[in-house]
Design a protein around this ligand. Structure first.
Ligand SMILES: *Cc1c(COP(=O)(O)O)cnc(C)c1O
Length: 641
């Protein structure tokens, strides 16, 4: 397409949808309306309503809360739980499986009280339970769960206190299952159970030899740190038999890791576990649950492939593959079908949280104008640089790049030796960047991009400064290069004219995002709109509900963001704020790193008083200054307009 045609052709919201891939990664929860605003879609009983994210932002701001805000949308959490259960039910029906499905939500994936509360509330209909991996999580689970038909699965290292709590929970009527991760835990469980006179429901976690590929999948395989190998499984069975407690062994558990992107790994693990399950039944254990752990992946980039940021299967395929593998393997061995449990965390909560922030400033990459005619005494090499602008065309880009770099480097040497002026060096650098911009424009129209030209786009990108901290709100983007979809929430009916990377407001050079989702390429810049005077520009980061909130840290003392939970009415798409939680104040984060805000205030006050004494400031000025200090302590750690 030539440039004139590009400008004449109107940009539509469909172009934006395609560009940002929202219909690929959005799982049907996000789209763009006719006004060019990003909308959340809520679905109930076949009817879909939409709420504009810009309206939500304006509503939050009007109520007095500032960006950045972590938005939780309860409808999407509910939808994911419902989908999980309906998919398993469908698969069970379709393949004639004789057991049922029960899900548990692993608390570690997002421990926030509002999230757990919503999962328990909405999950009641399906007896959706919780998985706890530590004492604190168990206490949170026991205090939140009221459904006696839902399971509480206890993984993790266990001391006597942990074991006692589980046993008491059993006595109270909870379906609380204690999973043995290490052989040494079993004697403790037996002893505490004798002591308290309570019969436990025991599970055991096995090490599968099946190992999945991916970023987060180190939990599987023979070298995995958790679980029992087959020799230990047999020791455990023998010990339980000796203690006359083999009827307590009811559950087999495994977890081969998170974000398993290849369905083949899921099937292979289910098959191996089915064999072990059969073995335990044959040993005489009173087995009734098979718990396949987590691992159900999220398609972060929307590519539907086995790329580690994606998955090559649908939820329906996941359920069918598990149910069929387990069902067929057990039937062939005349073993009764167990209750299937999965511990899906990531897939349950990822969609329901969105990080919203405003753009504070932009550094543009734009070489300044070049003169039409070069001054008389211009050096030959500078003239050569200028010459490139005349002969550059899509067929000689590599050659032009080589020439430009050569001339520029030579001119730099001349400058160091005092042979050209600072002014001329400035002119030469400017010419050089002009050439780079031209090359970059032409590269975009090429089918095959020479390797050396690939990084050019990122080198020429604008920097958009976002009011957030990568370390606090998107730790995995920094730590393990996880991709999250990012896009503007408005102006999506306008062509985004700029190409940008995003920087946060920490002053750390790692505090930036320069990898973006794309179906085809490794994308290092994000198309964004030109900022408008006196108008906020808002971006949203999606699929941040899993793992990000508590992994985040206080780098640069930027604290927790404001959190707002909304639900969208299925009748008219109006949203309602259920809960709001103010983010950390400056005083809060200072106290986390062991300062005493009150002591800081007192000590600063002494400095101010001394200034009054020394007549550097007046008493009235002291008041103004102290007020500013106190406001600062109470204020939000992020940029406030
Ligand atoms: C982390 C974890 C999960 C959750 O895995 P997802 O891939 O997020 O679903 C489930 N079970 C155990 C034991 C875990 O450690």
């Amino acid at each position: 397409m030539n440039q004139r045609k590009e400008i004449l052709e109107k940009w539509t919201v469909d172009d934006s949808a395609e560009l940002y891939g929202i219909r690929s990664w959005g799982n049907g929860y996000f789209d763009i309306n006719d006004k060019g605003e990003l909308v959340i879609l809520a679905n109930q009983g076949g009817k879909t309503v939409s709420a504009s994210l810009l309206d939500v932002i304006n509503g939050i701001m009007e109520r007095g809360m500032n960006m950045p805000v972590l938005l939780r949308i309860s409808n999407l959490l509910d939808s994911q739980i419902r989908l999980l259960h309906s998919s398993f039910r469908k698969a069970i029906k379709q393949s004639g499986y004789k057991g049922v499905y029960k899900g548990v939500y692993p608390i570690k994936v997002n421990q926030q009280q509002q999230v757990i509360e919503e999962i328990v509330r909405f999950g009641k209909e399906f007896h959706h339970g919780l998985e706890a991996g530590s004492k604190a999580e168990l206490i949170a689970a026991l205090g939140s769960m009221h459904d006696r038909k839902a399971c509480i699965v206890c993984n993790g290292y266990k001391d006597a206190e942990f074991v006692d709590l589980v046993l008491y929970a059993c006595k109270l009527g909870y379906q609380c299952i204690i999973v043995v991760e290490m052989i040494g835990e079993l004697p403790l469980i037996i002893e505490r159970s004798r002591e308290l006179g309570i019969k436990p429901i025991i599970g055991l976690r096995m090490k599968l030899s099946t190992k999945a590929s991916g970023l987060w999948t180190e939990s599987g395989g023979d070298r995995s740190v958790f679980g029992l190998n087959s020799a230990e499984l047999i020791d455990m069975v023998d010990l339980l038999r000796k203690e006359n407690m083999l009827d307590c062994l009811r559950l087999l558990h495994y977890h081969i890791g998170s974000q398993i992107s290849n369905i083949r790994d899921i099937r292979a693990a289910a098959l191996e576990a089915s064999r072990v399950y059969i073995g335990l039944v044959q040993e005489g254990a009173a087995m009734s649950f098979l718990d396949l752990g987590g691992g159900l992946a999220v398609d972060y980039d929307g590519s539907h492939t086995n790329y580690h940021q994606s998955r090559n299967y649908s939820l329906d395929e996941y359920c069918v593959d598990i149910i069929e593998t387990v069902g067929e393997t057990l039937s062939n061995n005349n073993v009764e079908h167990p209750t299937i449990i999965t511990e899906s965390g990531r897939a349950t909560v990822a969609y329901s949280s969105v990080l919203l922030f405003n753009i504070l400033d932009v550094t543009k990459f734009e070489p300044s104008c070049i003169p039409e005619n070069l001054p008389d005494q211009t050096h030959e090499l500078t003239k050569d640089l200028m010459g490139i602008l005349q002969y550059i065309n899509p067929k000689n880009l590599q050659e032009c790049l080589n020439d430009a770099v050569y001339y520029r480097d030579e001119l730099r040497v001349l400058f160091k030796n005092g042979r050209i002026s600072l002014r001329e060096r400035g002119l030469a650098e400017n010419l050089f960047w002009h050439i780079m911009v031209m090359i970059n424009k032409m590269v975009k129209k090429l089918k095959y991009v020479p390797e050396e030209l690939e990084g050019l786009d990122a080198a020429l990108a604008d920097i958009y400064y976002g009011n957030f901290s990568v370390f606090q709100s998107l730790p995995d983007a920094w730590a393990i290069k996880q991709l999250f979809p990012i896009m503007p929430v408005h102006r999506l009916d306008e062509r985004p004219e700029r190409n940008a990377i995003i920087s946060d407001i920490t002053c750390d050079c790692d505090g930036k995002i320069e990898n973006f989702v794309d179906l085809r390429i490794d994308r290092h810049t994000l198309p964004l709109h030109e900022l408008r005077n006196s108008e906020e520009y808002y971006l949203a980061v999606f699929l941040v509900g899993a793992y990000q909130e508590t992994l985040g840290d206080l780098h640069n003392l930027l604290g927790d963001t404001n959190v707002v939970s909304i639900s969208i009415s299925p009748t008219d798409g109006r949203f309602e704020i259920n809960r709001e939680l103010e983010g950390d104040s400056v005083g809060d984060v200072l106290s986390y790193v062991e300062y005493n805000p009150q002591a800081l205030l007192e000590s600063f006050k002494q400095n101010a008083e001394r200034a009054v004494r020394e007549k550097t400031i007046t008493a009235a000025e002291r008041k103004t200054i102290m007020n500013a200090f106190e406001d600062g302590l109470r204020g939000y750690t992020y940029f406030e307009r």
